[in-house]
Each structure stands twice: as C-alpha cells, then as structure tokens.
Design a protein around this ligand. Sequence first.
Ligand code: AMP
Length: 638
Amino acid sequence: MSRIIGIDLGTTNSLVATVESGFPYVIADSEGRRLTPSVVNFPDAESAPVVGIEAQRQQPVQPANTVYSIKRFMGRRGDDLAETEKQVPYSVQYEANGPVRVAVHGRLWSPEAISAEILKKVKQQAEVSLEESVDRAVVTVPAYFNDAQRNATKKAGELAGLTVERIVNEPTAAALAYGLNRLKTNAKIAVYDLGGGTFDLTVLELKEGVFQVLATCGNTRLGGDDLNRRVVEHLTKKIQEAGGPDVTSDLTQLARLHEAVETAKVRLSQELEADIALPFLSIDGFNFHYRLTREELEGLTRDIIAETRQYCARSLADAGIEGKELDQVILVGGQTRMPLVRKMVADFFSCTDFEPVHGNLRVGSEPHEADGPQLNTSQNPDEAVALGAAIQAEILSGGMKELLLLDVTPLSLGIETYGGLMNVIIPRNTTIPVKAGEMFTTAADRQQSMLIHVLQGERERAQDNWSLGRFTIEFESAPKGVPRVGVQFEIDANGILHVLARDTKSGRERVVEMKSAVDVEDTKVQEMVEESVEHAFSDLRARQWVEAKMRAQETLDATEKGLEQCPDEIDAAQRQEIDRLTREVRELLSREDPVTGAGDVDRLKEVVSRLDEVTRPLADAMMDKAMERMLREQGMIS
Ligand code: AMP
C-alpha cells in the first residue's frame, strides 16, 4: 500500500509530515525550510503560479496578483462573508448566494483551485524528499469548519492529485502529536491555537482513545499578524519622531519594516531585547535604529492577547466544564511561543505545572497536588498539527504500533534538589523527542558550584530513585539565591537524554549525555511505579518533612542573628519563650526517623510558626537596621 502523508493546510503556513520508522517528522524543502507560506502569486496570465516563500516576497510588489489567507474563503458563499473579510488587496468576486472566486489576470479561480496550488507544492516537496510518488493524504481543518468548508478542502486535495483519506480536526491532530491519546480515559484537553491570523480554543474529550470535540470557539481575525501590525504602527510613529519618512506611503519600505518587526518579535520570545536596524529608509539616506524590549512588546500587545480569554471562557462554558476540570492545556500556533501568551494561558486555566522553580526547591513549600490542568509545552507549536496528521495517516496505514510503545518516557526524569528531594523535569509518559527545563539557584552562601544529580523514577526522595549520573557546574561565589543555573533535559528521538546546565551570569555551560532514557525493562518500570504507589503516603510525608525542616533551619538561623544584633528589642519573658521554642525545634529536628526520613511534620510546622511570631520584633528591627544601612550607603542620611 502506498504511503499516506499528513498535511496541515494553514491560513498562514502549510506543512507536510510523515512517519518514518515510527518517528513522525515534518518534511523540509530542498533549502531546509519546513513551513511553506500559504501564499500563491500569479506573475502573469501565462506563467504557472508561484507558491510559498517566493510568492510571499512578491506580495508587497504585486499585491493584486498575490493571494494569501485563501483558507478564509474555502467553502464560503458571498453572503457568508463579513465586510472586513472582503478587504484584501486581491480581487474577490461573488454573488450573494454564490461561491467566492478570486480574479487574477482576467481569470476566475476558485478557493479550492488556489489551495490546490499550495497542496501541489507540499506534495512535490514530500516527493522530492522521500524519493517516491505520493498520492494519498490526511489533511487537517479547523474544528469549526462546516461541511461545505470540509468538502472544499477535500476537493482541493483532489485537484492537487491527492486522495484525501481523511479530514482531521486540527486540535485533534495536535492532541495526537502531543501523545494525548494515551492519557487516562475520559481525559479533557483544551487546545489553545494562536497562529498568524486566527485564534481558536477547542475543548476535546478523550474516550477510549478517540477524541471528541466538546466545544470550539475563536476569532478568524485574531492572531500574530495583529501583534505585528501594532508594533509597526508604533515604529512608524517613532521613525517620524526621529525625523524620518512616513513609511506607510512607501510599500517597499513598509514591507521592510514588517519583516524587521516579525524578526524582532520572534527573537523576543527568547531574548529580552532585539535591535531593529533599517538603513536607508528614505532616498536622502535616513537610517533607523531601535532597540525593542520584550517589556515594550508586551505593553503594546497585551490587550490583543487578553482578547483570547473571552473565547476561552465561552468555549469552556459551551463544553459545560470549568478550567480546573481539564487535564491538560496544549499550545498550537507559532504565536504561542511568546512568553506572555504562555503566562496568560497558564493564569487563565490556573495551570498548576507552570510555576517557575526557584531555589533548589519549588517555590511554595507545600507539595503540589495538581488541582488545575498541566500546561503542556513539550511539542513544537508550529508543527504539532502536521505531525498529528502524519500520525493519523500512519494509523490509517496500520503502521503505528511500534511508535505507540516507543515514544514516551517510561519513568520521570529529574534532578536532586537541596534536602535530597527529586525535582521532576520531564514527567513519566511524556512523548519524545522532548525538551524541558527549569531554573535553579543556590541554598547556601558562597557556593561556587552546583551538583547536578540526574535521576529517574517516581519516588519523592532522590535516594529512592535511580541515579543516571552526576556532574557539577561552576560559577562565581555569591550569596545564596543569587546564582541562576538553567538545567535543560532533552530526549532525542533515540531516547538519549542530553542534560545541559548553564550559569546564566557567565554563560558557562556543560552538556552531558546520559544513557537511554527510554530503554528500561518493562518489569523494572512496573516495579518502580508499584513502589511509588505503595510508598505514596510515606513519600509525601518525607517531602513535607524535608521542606518543613529547611524552613525550620532558616528560622533558627534568623533568630540567632536577630538575638545577636538586636538583643534589646525583646524583654526577658519574650527571650525565655524564644529559648524554649528554639530548644523544641532543635529537639524535633533531632528526632528524624532514619528509616522513613521523616519526623513530626505537624508539630514542627506549629512550633516554627510560633517562633516566627515571637521573633517578629527582632525581624522588624533587623529590617530597619538594614534599611538604615542602605540609606546611609546611598548618602540619603548621615
Ligand atoms: P502559524 O499560523 O502557526 O504558522 O503561526 C504564525 C505566527 O506565529 C506568526 O504571527 C509568527 O510571527 C508567529 N511566531 C512564529 N514563531 C514565533 C516565536 N518564536 N515567537 C513569537 N511568535 C512567533
């Protein structure tokens, strides 16, 4: 049977993917590009249409002959179209109750025929790369597409010489790519899809391995392009303020500004600042330089991103569920790489697993019992839909069994943190390949290095998990909590774990390859999981104990310092009470059970909290002293 490819026919970009030896991947063109802009340029009446990046380049020069966002017109009739939808630089023709057509060089094209050009291009890309002819495909569409829009998509496939074996909903494809078909039965998933020009939030329910769309809601006119437009407007003003030309009256310069803004926006998802340099903006040689910060970008675009929340709320209401009932929220669409988008999504859905980690311990000393969904960012948001289409294609060809067994992490992977606890970085059952990381800092003053002890397993205490290896990363000596070490785990398609640790100050880093993270005997995995269930309660107590113990030690240290530096702040009775409580804390700490690694957590928390209370005058006095010292150092008081 011939191969079936997966195609994400997007509004902004299209992708083609396949599965090879159980591994799904996006097929690149001969120049290594994996995204094909969904843009078709008609150079003249005779020549064949040009598709992709070359067509996109022609857009500012030949706006009337260059068709973009054709997906918006698929299967639509004249009277379906909103006024704003008709406002494109190319000619759209329709009769009230008739189909939409695009007129170029005196010829009428149906949206299906134009989409077929895009499909032909990606089909050919697949054929060149795979060195075989391809004539079958799975094509994805938004969940809100109606029958007419789905049929139009199928027709486009046929016009491109493809048998469309199945039309799959984009959010379902994304969920497949994230490996969510293997979640527990009855799992509920939200797919937040913010692309270049469209936004939708779909709630899916997984029942016995099959996804059902419970609700979908969005705005087909809201996306990354709106952010770009906002920044372009802002910079247009800045250029004029700096004595430059009005770029809006020069299409070529405006296109340059758009391109520069796009590049800067993408860079600001990684960095805090991006330089925009546009030399020769006018014939008299005006050069424009601007440093755009992430903060400024966020300030300019926050309201656009916030607009997505109303659709999320509506979708949840339509599905009849609350955000916290979801198991996972997954991200799709290039614009979801923006940190502010991720933060807003995490806040809106009260995602529990999104908290940044500080110290050698998670912030918040209570063990986190998930009462909100996990924000899963483990897959590439631009590629998830195409990969899911390829997986669906492979399932249809009956070739997916091996992948189902191989492409998840059998056990959690993490590092040991201060107090001997396991901090999970990649949870068990995560689809691979995967990349995930967290930021850590030191727990003691003047530390010059951090030991990265890599662990695998499901237990709370480091010593109960398997050790995969350890290495150290060095940095400049600094007070506790100051150094910042980023630790990233990457599991490649072969299941090899690469651990990277980077001191953010010096940029110094170490990368260490660990043994296969997936190659673990089934019986051992089973044993580890069973042990974690069996010891769940005692493990939880051990974690609570370690966390309470660290907090107690901090309070003891602060009390000692306070008594030494501000002894006159308390009277004899208070002093007596402090001594009594300090003794009791020490005694409770000494009564740690060597076998369970735990002690009397509740009592310890109670006594430490009382000690905190009675030492408040000391803490306040220390704070005043520190403030005074600072003001004196700054010359603000004598
Ligand atoms: P899509 O429709 O999924 O291809 O998404 C395209 C949109 O994602 C465009 O608006 C891009 O500017 C945006 N985009 C792609 N990569 C990034 C990134 N790293 N950070 C922010 N936005 C991005």
